[in-house]
Design a protein around this ligand. Structure first.
Ligand SMILES: [Mg+2]
Length: 211
């Protein structure tokens, strides 16, 4: 997955986190399964109803907060879920479900094949690096800690911190500023053609798609 990246002459690496350094889907699916079982046992919410309410809540949050970090907030998904199911905001439920979702997710996180070897090589060469990631800072820092990314990566910019999501230039520009580097000195790695590759290339940053 990382074998095609040329680090010759590169002074800095911008790198996406979700689905680039680790696989997103298996962790998400496990978390959803755990949440569904928990809701069935503790609140008597049938599985099919859980799935329907969750999908509707998530799509409402996506619609209301499109392009912002909080559009991916599990806390907001479960807040809307609680309002739909209980008929009013239930912070105990929303916080409980958010923590259940993320603790399960984090417990299974492992590097994608070749990712850690790439990061080692990058840091061995003394190349500066910055995560450029769409989501809220708190959870991205928890993921950073699980993967112990501080061994290899110098900085992080979340879309919450930048106030805008990829592919907008602002988030990439904040990463360049933290690294004190220019677009021509860095490369971008990510799994999304739309967000990572086109976003970086619009600023003249060479980008590699990670499949
Ligand atoms: Mg990604």
């Amino acid at each position: 997955m990382f074998g095609h990246i040329n680090l010759e002459g590169v002074k800095g690496v911008l790198i996406d986190l979700d689905n680039t350094l680790y696989p997103y889907l298996p962790n998400h699916q496990r978390s959803m399964e755990i949440c569904l079982i928990h809701c069935e046992k503790k609140y008597g919410i049938p599985g099919a109803q859980f799935t329907d309410i969750f999908k509707q809540s998530r799509s409402d949050v996506h619609r209301d907060l499109h392009g912002q970090a909080a559009s991916h907030s599990r806390l907001l998904y479960f807040l809307k879920f609680s309002e739909s199911f209980f008929g009013k905001t239930n912070p105990v439920f929303a916080l409980e479900m958010e923590e259940l979702y993320w603790s399960e997710f984090l417990s299974g996180m492992m590097f994608n094949p070749g990712a850690e070897e790439f990061l080692k090589e990058m840091s061995f060469r003394g190349i500066g690096s910055c995560l450029v990631t769409d989501l809220t800072t708190h959870i991205q820092m928890r993921k950073w800690n699980v993967l112990n990314l501080g061994r290899y990566i110098d900085f992080m910019v979340s879309s919450e911190e930048a106030g805008i999501e990829k592919p907008a230039p602002g988030i990439f520009e904040m990463a360049l500023k933290k690294l004190k580097l220019e677009a021509k000195d860095v490369i971008m790695l990510g799994d999304s053609e739309e967000k990572d590759i086109k976003g970086a290339e619009a600023l003249g940053i060479r980008a590699y798609l990670i499949r």
